[in-house]
Design a protein around this ligand. Structure first.
Ligand code: ATR
Length: 274
């Protein structure tokens, strides 16, 4: 029987997930489908009934449903609760389990691109404390890496650090960026400013130590101003596209029973759509 999976969102046309999973399905010759389904908020509950009925093995969840599905899942794991969002559903025996694979995407991407990234890391400098920061922070915590969390709005960073920590966190505003820069072995931008082609106002990148790894979780554009500046200084950089690809791996493995690989060919296919 054909195994079916999906990504639900509203709107959904922009999603790259069908291309990623479709590539893997073909590569492995699996009798399966992965389709984008537009589910408006008022149709989410009835979609879950379909899911419990056994039509699908599971799927991905994107904007605006990542929080709403908490109440509809039969179980949600601790990680998804910590991150505050469910992005992957697995349906089995009439029940739906929710999880979050973004933190594995973040770690898988760095592990693949810069295998020794967490060796001797004094601290990671995380810029931004919004929804997207949460998976990154949980990932860094899972490797016991001390975190300096800087955000434009101090109160938001304070709340997030006390919820996820508070041990292991040092909190400040983006005004502190130059004081923190020389201590960081890793810089992660989780704010949306790269999407708009803008820079952090006062950030003097020359204060980063040689070898500091600079990453941005934004993948459109692929090279944000932060990554371009870091690269111009000779610092190693990792863009956000790999995180998107790696977060898809655990879902595919759960639904189709095969561990897929993030290959240069897959990356090139997705890159061509950006
Ligand atoms: P997401 O869920 O994508 O993370 P979000 O929750 O709106 O989106 O968070 C966006 C993050 O980018 C926040 O950390 C935000 O800072 P504030 O908490 O001060 O709003 C940050 N951000 C957005 N625009 C920014 C800008 N121009 N300069 C600095 N930080 C910015």
């Amino acid at each position: 029987m054909t195994t079916k999976a999906f990504v639900i969102g509203h709107p959904i046309a922009h999603s790259r997930s069908p291309l990623i999973h479709g590539t893997w399905l073909r590569e492995h010759g699996i009798d399966g489908t992965y389709e984008a389904i537009d589910v408006p908020p008022d149709a989410l509950e009835s979609f879950f009934e379909r899911l419990r009925g056994g039509e699908f093995a599971g799927g991905n969840v994107t904007i605006p449903h990542k929080q709403a599905v908490f109440a509809l899942c039969d179980s949600v794991d601790e990680l998804a609760r910590k991150i505050g969002a469910v992005n992957t559903l697995v349906a089995r025996d009439g029940k739906v389990h929710g999880t979050n694979t973004d933190y594995l995407g973040f770690l898988g991407n760095l592990d693949a691109k810069a295998p020794s990234w967490s060796d001797c890391l004094d601290c990671a400098l995380v810029l931004g404390a919004g929804g997207a920061a949460r998976a990154v922070l949980v990932a860094l915590q899972s490797r016991n890496i001390p975190i300096v969390l800087l955000n434009r709005t101090r109160g938001t960073a304070d709340r997030l650090a006390s919820e996820l920590g508070p041990e292991g966190f040092t909190v400040g505003t983006l005004e502190n960026i130059n004081a923190s820069a020389p201590h960081a072995g890793l810089v992660v931008n989780t704010t949306s400013i790269g999407m708009h082609g803008t820079r952090f106002d006062h950030f003097d990148i020359s204060l980063l130590r040689p070898g500091t790894l600079v990453t941005d979780i934004v993948y459109s554009p692929l090279e944000t101003p932060l990554l371009a500046d870091a690269r111009a200084r000779g610092l190693p950089t990792v863009d956000g596209l790999g995180m998107l690809l790696h977060q898809a791996v655990p879902g595919f493995a759960a639904w189709f029973g095969v561990q897929p690989a993030v290959t240069p060919d897959l990356r090139a296919r997705i890159e061509a759509t950006l």
